[in-house]
Design a protein around this ligand. Structure first.
Ligand SMILES: Nc1nc2c(c(=O)[nH]1)N[C@H]1C(S)=C(S)[C@@H](COP(=O)(O)OP(=O)(O)OC[C@H]3O[C@@H](n4cnc5c(=O)[nH]c(N)nc54)[C@H](O)[C@@H]3O)O[C@H]1N2
Ligand SMILES: Nc1nc2c(c(=O)[nH]1)N[C@H]1C(S)=C(S)[C@@H](COP(=O)(O)OP(=O)(O)OC[C@H]3O[C@@H](n4cnc5c(=O)[nH]c(N)nc54)[C@H](O)[C@@H]3O)O[C@H]1N2
Ligand code: SF4
Ligand SMILES: [Mo]
Length: 700
C-alpha cells in the first residue's frame, strides 16, 4: 500500500492507521487534495489536505462523506449480465472472462460488418472522474484504435469555452487565489457556495478586507444572499446586461483608452453596438430595475478610477441557454474596457483549463485512428442520435454504446428520448459504473469500476492551476477494476497488440505531464503548483489570431456570423398567457454532484425530495401551497415533485434543482424530462436552462 507524504503521515497518531494523499475526482473547479486515513485496509475518513493551499484542509459535504459512498451496500462488486427486458434492472452475476469475451465478440461483429463498421460503436463518457488515467487515456486509445465514432464533449461547458476562445483566445483568466485581493467581485452565473466552495473562501477574504460583492443570478442562491447585492435577472439575458454596462462605461467615460488602443480589436464596432443598449432597454429585457444596472456600472467603472481591482467570477450557469456563448463573449469583453487586466486581482475567470497547456496526445493517441474521416456525435443530442436510422448523411445507426464516467439517462436533456434510445432492443450497451444508475438499468453488461480510493490517477483542474496525484488508499472493492484496466482487458481481446495497450495505471500517471511537473514531488506532496504569471493579460498577449482581446472576431465573421457579441433571446422565452408561461432553470443541488451522490442516504436526507422552487406570486396564481405535490410539464414531458414556495425563485422563473436519479423520484422521472435538445449559438452546447414549463397542483 503506498504511503502518504511524511507531512500527512505524521499527522496520524494511531500506529495501526496510515494516511494516503489523493485528489478529488469530481467535476468541480476546486479539485481538492484529499487525505484518506486507512485502518487495517479500510478507509475510515477522507479529509481535506491542510498542506494544499487551494484545499486548505476543507472539503465539501459530499466528499467529506466519501467513505459512505465507497462502502455503500449497493456498490457493484462483480460483472452483471442482463437477465430481464431492457430497463428492468434485472441482472445476473457473471465472471469477468465471460463478460469481457462476450463484449469483445459483440463489438468485433459490429466492427467487422461492412454494413455497420467501427463507427456504429460509440463511447459515451464525461467527467464522473476528471482524472487523466480513468478518464481519457486507455479508453481513448481503445476507441481511436477501433475507429469508433467520436463523441463531442459538449454537455457542460462548450458554449462558454467557445465564448472564451473567440474573445481571449484561450481558456484561462485570473488566478483564483487573486480574487482575495479584489475590491469589487461580480459573481456572475455562479453559485459558489454550492459549486465552487474554495473560491468562496477567497471572496470572503476580500469581503472582510472591505470588498463589495455582487451576485448576478436569476436564483437567490445561498451565495447571492451572502453578497452585498443580488441582481436577479431573467435567465438567458446576460448579454443584454453586459452590453448595457458597456453603454454606461462609454457614456461616463469610465474607460481605459490606453488598454483599448493597445490590446483590443474591434473597439469602434463594439462601442457602436453597446451604445444601442441603454440601461432602460436592458432593464426591460433582463427584468431588473434600471437603477440596479446603472449602479452596477458605476461600481464597475469607478473601481478603475479609484485604482482598485475589479474581478468577475463567471461560471457556467449563464451559458446553458440559446445565446450562452455570446453572453460569455459579452461579459468577457468587460475587463478590457476598464483595463482591469492590468492588476493580478482584476479581470475575470471562467475556466483555467487552458492555463497549463499540457499536451495529452501521448495519452490519448489520436494517431492510432484509421485514416479517413470519422463522424462525431454530440453528447447533448444523444436522445435523438440513438434513435436515428442509418443514412448517407448520418452514417450507420449507433449499434453499441460503451458508457463510463457518465449517467446519460439521468443527465442528458430530453430524457424521454434518451430513455427510448437506450431501450432499443437491438442496441448493445455496456456500462462501467460504481452503482446501478438509471443508465446501468439499460445495460446488457454492467462492469464494476473502482472508485478514487482504489485506483491511481493524475489531475489537472479548471478552477485553480495546480496538478494533483491520486494514489490508491485501499484495494479494489470486490472484483472492481479501474476503467483503464477494463479497456486494457478489452483491447487484448480485440487483438490490439500495440505496446501502449500494456501500459499500467501508475505508468500512465508517470508519463502524463512534461518536465514542469516532478513525479517525485507529486508522490511526496500530492500536488505541484506551476509557476505562472500573476496578471496574464496585463500587457495584452492574448493568444487570438490578432494577439488582441477580440471584441470583433474575424473568425466568426468569416463563418457568416455576427463578429460582435450580441444578445440572443432564449428559444423558449416564457410568455405570460402562453401554454408554458414559466421559465425553468435546473442548477445543481448543493449535496449532489450532478447525478452522483443521489443514492448516498445521508446526502439525500439533506436534500429531502425532488422539488421545484416557485415564487409566492406564481404559486398563488395556481392555487399552489407550500409543500404541495405538483406536476411540472411542457410538450416534452412531465415531472412530479414538491413545490417549495420560496424567495429563492424570482417571479416567472421556477428552479428545479437537479439532478435526481429518475428511479429515486416520485414517478420515475427527473427534471431532464422537460429540458430540450436544442444547441447553443456557438460551441454546440445544451440549453438546459432555456426551458419553458407550466406547473399545476397534482393529486394522486
Ligand atoms: N454541489 C455541486 N457542485 C457542483 C456540481 C453539482 O452538481 N453540485 N456540478 C459541477 C459541474 S459539472 C459544474 S459544470 C459546475 C456548475 O456550476 P456553475 O458553473 O456555477 O453553473 P450552474 O450551477 O449551472 O449555475 C450557476 C448559477 O447560475 C445561475 N443561472 C442560471 N441561469 C442563468 C442565467 O441565464 N444567467 C445567470 N447570470 N445565471 C444563471 C443558476 O441559478 C446558478 O445559481 O459545478 C460543479 N460543482
Ligand atoms: N437539468 C440539468 N441537467 C444537467 C445539468 C444541469 O445543470 N441541469 N448539468 C450538466 C452538466 S454541467 C454536466 S457536467 C453533466 C454531468 O453529467 P455526468 O458526467 O453524467 O455526471 P454524473 O451525473 O455525476 O455521473 C457520473 C457517473 O460516473 C460514475 N463514475 C465516477 N467515477 C467513475 C470511475 O472512475 N469509473 C466509472 N466507470 N464510473 C465512474 C459515477 O458513479 C456517476 O454515475 O450533467 C448535465 N446535466
Ligand atoms: S467536490 Fe469540489 S469542493 Fe468537494 S472535495 Fe471535490 S473538489 Fe473539493
Ligand atoms: Mo458540468
Amino acid at each position: 500500500m503506498p504511503e502518504a507524504s511524511t507531512a500527512a503521515h505524521s499527522a496520524s497518531l494511531d500506529p495501526a492507521s496510515h494516511q494516503v494523499v489523493g485528489a478529488c475526482p469530481h467535476d468541480c473547479p476546486d479539485t481538492c487534495s484529499l487525505i484518506t486515513t486507512v485502518q487495517n485496509g479500510i478507509a475510515i475518513k477522507v479529509q481535506g489536505n491542510p498542506h494544499h493551499p487551494q484545499t486548505d484542509g476543507v472539503l465539501c459535504t459530499k466528499v467529506a462523506r466519501y467513505t459512505e459512498r465507497s462502502y455503500h451496500p449497493e456498490r457493484l462488486l462483480h460483472p452483471l449480465k442482463r437477465s430481464g427486458p431492457k430497463g428492468s434492472g434485472q441482472f445476473t452475476p457473471v465472471s469477468w472472462d465471460v463478460a469481457l469475451d462476450d463484449i469483445a465478440a459483440r463489438l468485433q461483429s459490429i466492427v467487422q460488418d461492412p454494413a455497420r463498421g467501427p463507427q456504429a460503436v460509440l463511447p459515451y463518457n464525461y467527467a464522473g472522474t476528471m482524472g487523466w488515467v480513468q478518464g481519457d487515456a486507455m479508453s481513448s486509445r481503445f476507441f481511436n484504435r477501433m475507429g469508433a465514432s467520436m463523441l463531442d464533449y459538449t454537455i457542460c461547458s462548450s458554449a462558454g469555452a467557445a465564448g472564451l476562445d473567440y474573445t481571449l483566445g484561450v481558456r484561462k483568466g485570473m488566478l483564483i487565489e487573486n480574487f482575495a485581493h479584489a475590491q469589487l467581485i461580480l459573481i456572475w452565473g455562479s453559485n459558489a457556495i454550492t459549486s465552487n466552495l474554495h473560491f468562496w473562501r477567497y471572496a470572503q477574504e476580500a469581503k472582510r478586507a472591505g470588498a463589495k460583492i455582487i451576485c448576478i443570478d436569476p436564483r437567490n442562491t445561498e451565495t447571492a444572499e451572502k453578497c452585498h447585492e443580488h441582481i436577479a435577472l431573467r435567465p438567458g439575458t446576460d448579454a443584454a446586461l453586459a452590453l448595457a454596462l458597456m453603454h454606461e462605461l462609454i457614456t461616463h467615460d469610465w474607460l481605459d483608452h490606453d488598454y483599448l488602443a493597445r490590446y483590443t480589436l474591434g473597439w469602434e464596432q463594439l462601442r457602436e453596438r453597446a451604445l444601442q443598449w441603454t440601461p432602460a432597454r436592458a432593464a426591460e429585457v433582463c427584468g431588473v430595475p434600471q437603477a440596479q444596472i446603472e449602479s452596477l456600472a458605476r461600481d464597475y467603472g469607478q473601481s478603475m478610477l479609484r485604482g482598485e481591482s475589479a474581478a468577475i467570477r463567471l461560471n457556467y450557469g449563464m451559458q446553458r441557454a440559446r445565446g450562452g456563448a455570446n453572453a460569455v463573449r459579452a461579459v468577457t469583453c468587460l475587463p478590457a474596457l476598464i483595463g482591469a487586466w492590468r492588476k493580478p486581482a482584476g479581470g475575470m475567470l471562467l475556466s483555467a483549463s487552458g492555463t497549463h497547456g499540457f499536451d495529452d496526445s501521448a495519452h490519448t493517441r489520436p494517431d492510432l485512428r484509421p485514416a479517413g474521416p470519422c463522424r462525431t456525435i454530440n453528447m447533448s443530442t444523444i436522445g435523438d442520435d440513438l434513435l436515428r436510422p442509418a443514412s448517407a448523411q448520418f452514417g450507420p445507426a449507433v449499434d453499441a454504446v460503451l458508457v463510463f464516467n457518465s449517467n446519460p439517462v439521468a443527465i442528458a436533456p430530453d430524457s424521454g428520448k434518451v430513455v427510448q434510445g437506450f431501450a432499443r432492443e437491438d442496441l448493445f450497451t455496456v456500462v462501467l459504473e460504481h452503482f446501478q444508475t438509471d443508465t446501468a438499468d439499460y445495460a446488457d453488461y454492467i462492469l464494476p469500476a473502482t472508485t478514487q480510493l482504489e485506483h491511481w490517477d493524475v489531475h489537472t483542474t479548471y478552477g485553480h492551476t495546480d496538478v494533483l496525484l491520486n494514489r490508491p488508499a485501499i484495494a479494489p472493492m470486490g472484483q472492481a477494476r479501474s476503467n483503464a484496466e477494463i479497456f486494457r482487458n478489452l483491447a487484448q481481446r480485440m487483438g490490439y497488440t500495440e505496446p501502449c495497450f500494456a501500459e499500467g495505471d501508475e505508468a500512465l500517471c508517470r508519463t502524463a505531464f512534461d518536465a514542469r511537473v516532478s513525479f517525485d514531488t507529486l508522490l511526496k506532496d500530492g500536488f505541484v503548483s506551476l509557476p505562472l504569471p500573476q496578471a496574464p493579460f496585463a500587457q495584452g498577449g492574448f493568444p487570438t489570431p490578432s494577439g488582441r482581446c477580440e471584441f470583433f472576431s474575424e473568425r466568426l465573421a468569416a463563418m457568416g456570423l455576427d463578429g460582435l457579441p450580441y444578445y440572443l433571446p432564449n428559444y423558449e422565452e416564457a410568455h405570460a398567457g402562453a401554454h408554458y408561461p414559466l421559465a425553468m432553470i435546473s442548477p445543481p443541488a448543493r449535496n449532489f454532484m450532478n447525478s452522483t451522490f443521489v443514492n448516498v442516504k445521508s446526502l439525500r436526507g439533506i436534500e429531502g425530495e425532488p422539488k421545484i422552487e416557485i415564487h409566492a406570486q406564481d404559486a398563488m396564481a395556481r392555487s399552489i401551497s407550500d409543500g404541495d405535490k405538483v406536476r411540472v410539464f411542457n410538450a416534452r414531458g412531465q415531472y412530479h415533485c414538491k413545490a417549495e414556495i420560496s424567495t429563492r425563485a424570482r417571479p416567472g422563473v421556477v428552479n428545479g434543482l437537479g439532478v435526481w436519479w429518475r428511479k429515486l423520484g416520485p414517478m420515475g422521472t427527473n427534471v431532464n424530462e422537460l429540458t430540450n435538445q436544442r444547441l447553443t449559438d456557438l460551441g454546440r452546447g445544451p440549453t438546459f436552462y432555456d426551458c419553458a414549463v407550466q406547473v399545476e397542483k397534482y393529486s394522486a
